[in-house]
Design a protein around this ligand. Sequence first.
Ligand code: FE2
Length: 429
Amino acid sequence: MLDLLLHNATLPDGRTGMSVAVRDGRIVEVAAGLDVAHASAHEALDAQGLLLAPHFVDPHFHMDATLSYGLPRVNQSGTLLEGIALWGELKPLLKAEALIERALTYCDWAVAKGLLAVRTHVDTSDPSLLAVEALLEVKRQVAPYLDLQLVAFPQDGVLRTPGGVENLKRALDLGVDVVGGIPHFERTYEQGTASVKLLCELAAERGLPVDMHCDESDDPLSRHIETLACETQRLSLQGRTTGSHCTSMHSMDNYYASKLLPLIAEAGVAVVANPLINITLQGRHDSYPRRRGMTRVPELLAAGVNVAFGHDCVMDPWYGLGSGDMLEVAHMGLHVAQMTSQDGIRQCFEAVTANAARVMGLQRYGLDAGCDASFVLLQARDPVEAIRLRATRLKVFRRGRLVAQTPAATAALHLPGRGERTDWMHAKI
Ligand code: FE2
């Protein structure tokens, strides 16, 4: 006897009329039609031809700052550097209870949007490690419905901050999952390089993954990603290392980029772009033409690099918008990268699902037998339509259990001469 039988679903790879059988929180069978073993189930659900996708994954977020927009003041210039300064003003005022409450509220938003796994950076610069302990508590509380992975992130520079290395190590001792860094924010380029080496060695010693904010600037000569790739190979960290942002790559010389891209691929370093934030924060020193700043997504993908998209910020010192909607992230990503071909749009869908799950190293992710039954039924018929409409998440399941549902979006039109019309958004031309 199955717990759940979902039938007549379209899958992201284009298969239609598919049935997905669930027992004990896992997918036990995926088959065409209703031809599944033990077809009787406690609950049956007709997907009506709509898209069933594995849940969304955000591989890059800052949950210690989320929903703090306006505290203690608004970022007037909207720049990255004022955002960092503003976060510095907010940090001494942070209270653990309020931080936990904001993070839990964000996780509620995330689950409602089918976002069931988040890798969040947490600032380790403050020796009290208040934010670290608060997010570890959030991780414990949300574990029944959301996978939260923590990155030890020395926002003010691990070498630039007095005690920065010790603070970061103490965060890891407390149970933070990933080693972070911010080499471009160290005092000098040499110290940035030293920080990459030190942090990669620390990760190798402790058997942890690495995820660094890397070259988040428009400086074409900011090349810490090269050091990260090199250290990944030297320390055999292949498949465990991620370079986040990598916006300087947008401005690099094409010849140098042609050497760098295969180096990143060879080292097995993943890259996370954050389209909503990159397009907002980069190019701020430009007049016109003004650079977009997002890293070279299609070129990285073509070189064989795993590229994912992150949300990065929602209503915090750096960004006053956002809602935990990874389809909005994918939508912006495809525009900024001009990935408007059908294949390009599908790649953008993968950047917020399967590729992001690989960055986080999620086990049992996907829609195959043996995977967790953690998936989303969308009010769309394929990934392209899902992104186009930022489709409603009709039902969100985590390990076979319904954790969120949203009524279908419809509009009733009452137009003279056009009659009564509904479901206008889904009409095929
Ligand atoms: Fe970030």
